[in-house]
Design a protein around this ligand. Sequence first.
Ligand code: ATP
Length: 637
Amino acid sequence: TKKETDFDPEAAAFWKPGQPVPFLFLASALDIISDESGRLAMTNILCNVFRTVIATTPKDLLAVVTLSANRIAPAHEGVELGIGDAAIVRVLTEAYGRKADQIKAQMKTLGDLGLVAKASRTSQRTMFKSQPLTCAKVLDTFREIAKDSGNQSQDRKRGRMKALLVAATECEPLYLVRLLQSKLRIGLAEKTVLAALAHAAVLSEVPRVPANQLTARLEEAEEIMKETYSVLPIYEKIISAILEHGIRKLPEVCNFTLGIPVGPMLAKPTTGVSEVLNKFQDMEFSCEYKYDGERAQVHYLQGGTIEIYSRNAEHNTGKFPDIVAAMPRCMKTGTETYVLDCEVVAYDREKNKILPFQVLSTRARKGVVLSDIKIQVCLFAFDLLYLNGRPLLKEQLNVRRELLYSSFQEIPGEFQFATAKNSNDLEEIQKFLEDAINDSCEGLIVKTLSKDATYEPAKRSNNWLKLKKDYMNTGGGDSLDLVPIGAFYGRGKRVGVYGAFLLACYDEDREEFQSICKIGTGFTEAVLEERSVTLKNHVIPQPRSYYRYGETIGVDVWFEDVEVWEVKAADLSISPVHRAAVGLVDPNKGISLRFPRLMRLREDKTPVEATSAQQVAEMYRAQKINHGHGGDADDDD
Ligand code: ATP
């Protein structure tokens, strides 16, 4: 792979057209990307990789794209590698003839088992040359590893990993190990993979797209790809459609499919009822209770099979056998196949009361047995995305809602429609918000009803606005979901656990984590200890290349980006130290949070789903408009 951004078919000269794409080709490209921090440069490099594959061995495009996206199968299939570091250490000892202690010691200095693997391979003399690895072979082996179970499967899995590592050369061991850990650590997000694939599709078209149309066509293709992936997140279908029909045909060929989860539509924060009324002037809208539980997309397939998907498209069916059992009872005659968008909440059926989110989070994640269930749940349905063979995404909310009401019946405490009110009267809405809070909800979600009211998969839409109770009391905004990237040693009582943490938001355009505040409060001793113990397993000797922070912060320990914390703060201010949203509000300064408090761990979010720099900037601006303050340079601590 060459670093130049122009496509060069010669780059692929070391394999012949039609022959399998060597894994080294992809690994080298990933290595080049790891030195880049700009999204544009990453997109270009990856686009060239994909173009080269399309021009030589298109049948391998699926494997190359899937590996680049750090996946082995679509999320909803639930095929996971699930390989722990201990297993990898053992494989490295076997593949490279090293002692486990040595490997662990080197892991401490290098901070990454992938780098240890690379170093081990380099210092090992090999007797004979193995067959070069190919992308297709690597992906196939990963799938075999993921699917193997039962008697002695651990041995077989290690055997397969060892075979890959023995055959690996140059930078291949590094990326093999990182892919096995499901973490590429080069700051490459799936969004970039999708953009690169879209560009490659346009640039590979025959006849070539005229130069004067190229920019527009690339932008159009990116948009098509994003939309297609949000309704049908399956590379296999998307890639075969691109190769056969071209990217412009994707919306016709790749559609919403029953049984495959669409990305959930998301809401934008607001600071009060008057902001909602301003934004939805002259629009018809509806306010719904915002339940504090867990998102559930319920697919009812032909023949009565039910699949329940989480916000991240994970299989949650095994967690809710009670919902599975209740579904047939809430369907009216004539309702055959459907997809419902809902929130599951823990529910006390005797007192007829919604229970806090924390109660729900005590339920096991899979394999729940109906007769063992102690915590009851109620499913609150707020949208209908598909009914009896008809996708409803493009219908307006009032149409979808009518169909929801006419196709289902409520079973109190088990299946209910989200409480809703159509009103544009400020006082009425304020009162409804208070009702929602008295009924143990977090607030309201206000949705457009009859215009600009289609379902927008995977989008944080301007047509859904959230109003939370905290806005009223504190005047502060929404909570933020942030990633701990570093820590400071504790003093006094807190010795042995960290004293404070450095949190970061995620800049989606630059694909980097940007520091936003130091946090030391809001923790009970137990939570502080729990988080410290977990994060100690993710200490790295150096900050990642995709971390941005002020040099004066003086972090004691760095962590990998592994978890997401929900945090509330008094307000946001311009900061000379932190780097959050730098360039978006002020050309050189970032934004920081004042008086941040930890609310909870967000187990349903991955680090790249943390609050984005763009959202931080929006929150800052909204705060300025609504409260007339913000903007004071803050010296942070
Ligand atoms: P975000 O990524 O949007 O910040 P979040 O998980 O922090 O998401 P909130 O911003 O608090 O969630 O609110 C959006 C979530 O609220 C939805 O993802 C959904 O799970 C939940 N929800 C509860 N009631 C409703 C409703 N009536 N309509 C839509 N979503 C609802």
